[in-house]
Unconditional design. Structure first.
Length: 190
């Protein structure tokens, strides 16, 4: 079994080029994550990365109001923040015991940020016309975790209702549908 930090390094390495490929003129575009446009989703993903770094270090995390991260050289800063996230989860003991205010197992908490990095990278890629295919080891780790968390996530309004998928849909498409996303989502034509 791979360490969460190794999987996060892979996922962050796949998410960073997606963020780097977002043109400023696409920041107001819609995303498959219906409550967010591109700018809001980038800000949310930054908040996730910063807060889950704190959770790895057993510090308090603030998921309240989302700060504005999309300013200055935010694309490079995302890579820097993601590297800090990976380092925090690579620290001895970070993936052991419990982490976070809910007292969840640390690996479960690590899976949560791994899922966000992967799913939101797809959201952003799809919204901005980029390709995104997650790493198989990352998908193998988050698939069962997201399936187990889905009922609680729906109750908390973090996931939407499952989206139907056609027969023969692959594991990633099934996972996206489980979170309430339409794996076939395309940006509306302008």
């Amino acid at each position: 079994m791979k360490k969460i930090s190794e999987l996060l390094e892979t996922a962050a390495g796949q998410a960073a080029p997606v963020l780097a490929g977002i043109d400023d003129d696409r920041l107001a575009d819609p995303t498959p994550c219906t409550e967010y446009d591109v700018r809001a989703l980038v800000n949310h993903l930054f908040q996730v990365v910063v807060n889950f770094r704190a959770l790895a270090a057993r510090e308090e995390a603030d998921f309240g109001e989302v700060p504005e991260f999309v300013e200055g050289d935010w694309r490079a800063r995302f890579g820097e923040e993601a590297a800090k996230l990976v380092a925090a989860w690579a620290a001895p003991g970070a993936d052991e015991g419990t982490a976070g205010a809910m007292g969840l197992p640390a690996r479960t908490v690590g899976n949560m940020v791994l899922g966000d990095l992967t799913v939101h990278a797809w959201d952003l890629a799809r919204a901005t016309g980029q390709e995104f295919v997650p790493d198989e080891a990352v998908l193998a780790e988050i698939g069962p975790g997201l399936a187990a968390m889905a009922p609680m996530a729906r109750e908390a309004k973090v996931f939407g209702e499952p989206c139907p998928v056609p027969d023969g849909a692959g594991p990633f498409e099934q996972m996206l549908a489980l979170t309430g996303r339409d794996p076939g989502w395309r940006p509306p034509r302008t």
